[in-house]
Design a binder for this molecule. Structure first.
Ligand code: ADP
Ligand code: MG
Length: 445
């Protein structure tokens, strides 16, 4: 934490006031992706932004970078209204976004070329940035000759070379293996603490709760649909931090709690009503991971209850696997989330006591009663004279509620779950949904 003896708030680097962003769906319906976002980043702070996939984090970052405009609200960078990309703001992408045909040096110089910096100075500054991020000697390498971690170093060097006041990092470590990601993240923190990179503020978008707690001075949590800031948590620990420190663990726990309540997973929050709409964004949850969680709950010394960070560890799941799986279990009425703990419902307990064939029946029954899209597909099939419905028809209906890619994602999940629960079958060839074949179903009647 930056000490601030005068008690005066540090100078804002970027300020967002009432920022809203709409996107138009295929049916020309406007959908709010972000609504009324207020956020200020001040000199000397690292802020982490957490939120589930689709909550609008990348969109917000693109707005802050001036890459896209917002319909409502205002973005001020160093006191002036931001109207497009600006010198002084740089971004690092999850996908690295390097030009494959350019060398490391050329990729890094690109940022300066755009600013019209003269050639000799470009060369000198790019070399310094490459050196700072530990890539000296690789200046003439092509991206394909580098490992993922080194490619992301190039992405970071390209941002640092412009000596930005504001550095925006969009899941910059997520595409890397855990160890490489952690190394790079620690090196970023060293650079920040040393002041060598001369950055005033960093915004890190992440879906990794521990990463946010280890890096940030403050964490903001985005809720979905529409994306808005749900909670802000200060992280009052000096860096470097020890992840095993009791206070750090406690804060990680608290953030898990906030994340799950921001996702509407707490009981009494009307998530069930939401899932009664066919356009509900089903979470990307793997059924075997959901079942693994139920099994671990079964073995839990606390009778079907476990603390989420602990469970993530036990099950070897990352946050972006664990949270969707928990949301799915909740949707299906198999578990509830309370204050960062997951608790099997009575039905969830029955689930892990049953054998695989009965599990499927139970799964299918819960799916039909709790997930509107699955129930809808089943009814359409029953109403159809030949017991068939093309997936294209369902997609078109979904596109009245969701963007095309999102509609496809949600339908794929509903198909996977429905096949598992034997609520319907699906022929990949031809994309046809059908009623389950009698011999495949032991659940007649
Ligand atoms: P996150 O980074 O939190 O996963 P995004 O900002 O990428 O979320 O996306 C938020 C929502 O906005 C998603 O539903 C996404 O499909 C939608 N979206 C993003 N960009 C566009 C676009 N150009 N057109 C239509 N919808 C978009
Ligand atoms: Mg994103």
């Amino acid at each position: 934490m930056t000490l601030n003896p005068t008690n005066r708030p540090a100078t804002p680097v970027i300020e967002l006031r009432g920022v809203s962003k709409m996107f138009r769906t295929a049916d020309h319906v406007d959908r709010a992706v972000l609504e009324g976002v207020d956020l200020t980043l001040r000199e000397g702070e690292i802020v982490a932004m957490l939120g589930k996939s689709g909550s609008g984090k990348s969109t917000l970052l693109r707005i802050m970078a001036g890459l896209v405009g917002a319909e409502h609200g205002e973005v001020r960078f160093r006191g002036s209204r931001l109207t497009g990309t600006a010198e002084g703001i740089a971004m690092v992408f999850q996908s690295f976004a390097l030009f494959p045909w350019l060398t490391v040096q050329q990729n890094v110089e690109l940022g300066l070329e755009a600013q019209g910096v003269a050639r000799a100075e470009r060369t000198r500054r790019a070399e310094a940035a490459i050196d700072m991020i530990g890539l000296s000697g690789f200046n003439s390498a092509l991206p394909r000759e580098l490992s993922g971690g080194m490619r992301q170093r190039v992405g970071i060097a390209r941002a640092l070379v412009t000596e930005p006041d504001l550095l925006l990092m969009d899941e910059a470590f997520s595409a890397l293996d855990v160890l490489t990601g952690e190394t790079l993240r620690d090196e970023m923190l060293d650079l920040w603490e040393s002041g060598r990179a001369n950055i005033k503020s960093i915004l890190i978008v992440s879906h990794n709760i521990e990463e946010a707690v280890m890096m940030a001075d403050r964490i903001v949590i985005l809720a979905s649909d529409p994306g808005r800031i749900r909670a802000e948590v200060p992280v009052p620990f000096a860096r470097p931090r020890n992840r095993d420190d009791a206070q750090v663990r406690a804060l990680i726990d608290e953030v898990y709690t906030l994340m799950t309540s921001a996702a509407g997973l707490e009981p009494r929050v009307p998530v069930m009503t939401a899932s009664q709409q066919i356009g509900y964004r089903l979470p990307d949850a793997d059924i075997s991971q959901m079942e693994a969680i139920l099994d671990l709950l079964h073995e839990s010394p606390f009778f079907g209850r476990a603390d989420l960070p602990h469970l993530a560890n036990e099950a070897g799941l990352t946050d972006d696997e664990l949270l969707p799986a928990c949301e799915a279990l909740h949707l299906l009425g198999l578990a509830n989330i309370e204050r960062g703990d997951i608790i099997a419902t009575p039905l969830g307990r029955t689930y892990y006591d049953t054998e695989p064939p009965e599990r499927k029946v139970l799964f299918g029954k819960q799916l039909l009663t709790n997930v509107a899209l699955a129930g809808h597909i089943r009814r359409e099939l029953e109403a159809s004279p030949d017991g068939e419905v093309g997936e294209e028809a369902v997609l078109r209906e979904l596109e009245a509620h969701l963007e095309p890619d999102e509609a496809k994602r949600v339908l794929t999940i509903a198909i996977g779950w429905g096949r598992y629960g034997e609520v319907y079958s699906y022929a990949f060839h031809g994309g046809m949904l059908t009623l389950p074949q009698p011999e495949a179903s032991e659940a007649d009647g």
